[in-house]
Write a protein that binds this ligand. Sequence first.
Ligand SMILES: [Zn+2]
Ligand SMILES: [Zn+2]
Length: 275
Amino acid sequence: MTRIFQERKAAIATMHGKELVLSPVLNALGITQIVIPPIDTDQFGMFSGEKERLDDPIETLRKKCLVAYEKTGIDLVVANEGSFGAHPYVPFACADEELVMLRDYKSGLEVIKKVLSTETNFAGRAIEDLDDLLFFAEKAGFPEHALILKCGMQIEKGITDIPQLKRNFYKMMDLSDIKVWVETDMRAMHNPTRMKVIAQAASKLEEALNSTCPDCQWPDFTIKKMELGLPCGLCQMPTESIKLKIKICDKCGAREEMATEKKYQDPMNCNYCNP
Ligand SMILES: [Zn+2]
Ligand SMILES: [Zn+2]
């Protein structure tokens, strides 16, 4: 285990209760002094649309970490950034992509880990009557998962009980008389399903921080490259499957090649034997 975190203080750049799943990562590194600085992370974008995210998730994470560092002077910062939308590979599925970053301004270390999950209630639709709304709410895991109602300039976030949901719905229907937009509240403290995915990303981060380079002890000695060309079991020609996984140290460049468990690829997946 690395020693660069010993006797350090850390900050978590969040205003949505993510310390619940991010603190344990820091605790596991031996960090007990954790500060949640009062920073407005909404300035970098909001899921509910009032503020668009301008940068990509990694750039946004760097900005969140820097704000926390500048505000507190604590040079070790952890942050999270989520993105929701259509799944990149699974047709018709929604995905939650959660990134976690640890930034150490003292040593220059930056570690980013990602989880892409289909476990999400991310959804939104126009609603005409109460039955529609209650149906949507049930599918979204309400009331454990909060909802947002929108109508024109009106927005009501963090709705977590039926009376509140009905009251806001009727108020907005009175105003517009057409349709009200309902969507899932994706803020971490209002969305236990999302919090779980952030926890998965956090444990990946923890694992990476504990995987140190055998030569220089720098953290995040993890798989960063794959080499394709696993030979076909019949003709021995290289296939497009992974042959080697390579751990790389970002500090000294040390490498460790790990052969995949499979020695040969099934000829079914060979471009020569089964074109
Ligand atoms: Zn073959
Ligand atoms: Zn190294």
